[in-house]
Design a protein around this ligand. Structure first.
Ligand code: FEO
Length: 401
């Protein structure tokens, strides 16, 4: 066991008992160069509740941390905020250790758990379905549940500890980062990590997030701390992450341009550099990201507040370069809001990449501001000037928005 196994206290009787996955580098396709954590929380009152579990391979670590506080057999309630296996994977181990515990979750959660864990005897688990506003008294502390369907699965919910004003928000407001620190006042750059996490996981659900922020307002709950299931806990100024989610969800953009490309023999790279020169000359911030030099998740984070992307691909076998196709497929799933784009690229004879890029950008919800620019074999000075001029027009469009 490489980690300090001591639990961490959030407030009197409320403990972090999760696990740190230092070496995770790929979270179902999302690059996690800094690892992640699976946060689970133990609430000890007259009754004892465990909120969420951890990925199955960390069940022993979870049980060991719980054991530093209470005998796991004494757990009365297990709150399943989300069925995805990074949070429910240790549920079979917990139910084995605490066979009399009752599980609380949404109806969709029950359906999901029964489909995931039928081989682990879940038919015998005592499950109670809850909905927004359902309360569960632990004694001095009261849990209230808030359904958050499609943030980011149909079964998701949040658990709010009323007396301590702590929101256990599961995936929402998290970050994929492994650290020995647990609170936002102990680390730097947590908002950067939160932005990348939002862009890669929650970007498709902007409208639902705006509705959620409204629902929390209607419930009139005060939040002193937000404890997500990944990464750092928002102990200081938790309102900042709710405010950031509202901003990201509304599609608020900065004045900047992102050029994303791959290249085969350097021609598309030359075009990309000339477009960057044009944007820069027109006074707009621009960033250049090569697809085989940057993780998709890093590029998506940049797109979060970028209103205009310029996507370049050489033609390979009458279509896009594989890295460009893979990226655009990833982007299409995230469907960013309020964005514009232009395609560019090079070819040798038949062409095809630029049209294919345009088709995918439109399918991803981007508005194409003009037809794509393509050159044959190697761009000459005249063609590079066309690229610079394209960059200038793009900058003018960004300024005008
Ligand atoms: Fe962290 Fe949707 O699981």
């Amino acid at each position: 066991m490489e980690d300090n196994i001591e639990p961490v206290t959030l407030a009197k009787g409320i403990y972090w008992v999760g696990a740190i996955d230092w070496n995770l580098r790929d979270f179902h396709g999302y690059a996690t160069p800094r690892g992640t954590t699976y946060n689970a929380y133990l609430i000890v009152d007259e009754k004892i509740a465990l909120v969420d579990t951890v990925k199955a391979e960390f069940a022993g670590e979870l049980l060991e941390r719980i054991s530093r506080i209470i005998d796991p057999a004494k757990i009365d309630y297990v709150i399943a905020n989300h069925v995805e296996m990074d949070h429910s994977g240790s549920l079979p181990a917990i139910m084995k250790a605490a066979p009399n515990a009752r599980i609380y979750g949404t109806r969709q959660c029950k359906n999901g758990l029964s489909q995931y864990y039928h081989a682990q005897g879940c038919e015998g688990w005592d499950f109670e379905a809850v909905e927004t506003g359902t309360e569960l008294s632990l004694g001095a502390k009261t849990l209230m549940f808030i359904e958050t369907a499609m943030l980011h699965w149909p079964d998701n919910m949040h658990t709010y500890i009323k007396e301590d004003k702590i929101l256990l928000s599961n995936d929402a407001f998290g970050q994929h980062v492994a650290t020995s620190k647990r609170f936002n006042d102990e680390v730097d750059d947590v908002m950067e990590d939160a932005a990348e996490y939002y862009a890669n996981i929650l970007m498709p659900f902007g409208k639902i997030i705006l509705k959620y922020v409204e629902t929390v307002g209607e419930l009139g709950i005060k939040i002193d701390m937000i404890a997500p299931c990944h990464g750092i806990i928002w102990r200081t100024d938790p309102g900042q992450i709710i405010e950031a989610y509202g901003r990201w969800a509304s599609g608020e953009n900065a004045k900047k341009v992102l050029v994303i490309y791959d290249t085969m023999w350097g021609s598309t790279h030359m075009m990309a550099r000339a477009i960057v020169e044009g944007v820069t000359a027109a006074g707009i911030d621009v960033k250049l990201m090569a697809l085989r030099k940057n993780e998709f998740s890093e590029i998506i984070k940049e797109i979060l507040d970028t209103p205009m992307i310029v996507v370049g691909s050489p033609t390979l076998n009458n279509g896009m370069f594989p890295s460009v196709g893979g990226f655009l497929t990833y982007l299409k799933g995230l469907h960013p809001r309020s964005k514009k784009a232009v395609a560019f690229g090079s070819y040798g004879w038949g062409g095809g990449a630029v049209k294919a890029v345009e088709k995918e950008l439109e399918a991803a919800g981007f508005e194409l501001i003009e037809p794509g620019l393509q050159v044959r074999y190697r761009p000459d000075e005249e063609e590079l000037e066309k690229c610079r001029l394209l960059g200038e027009r793009i900058a003018v469009a960004v300024k005008a928005d």
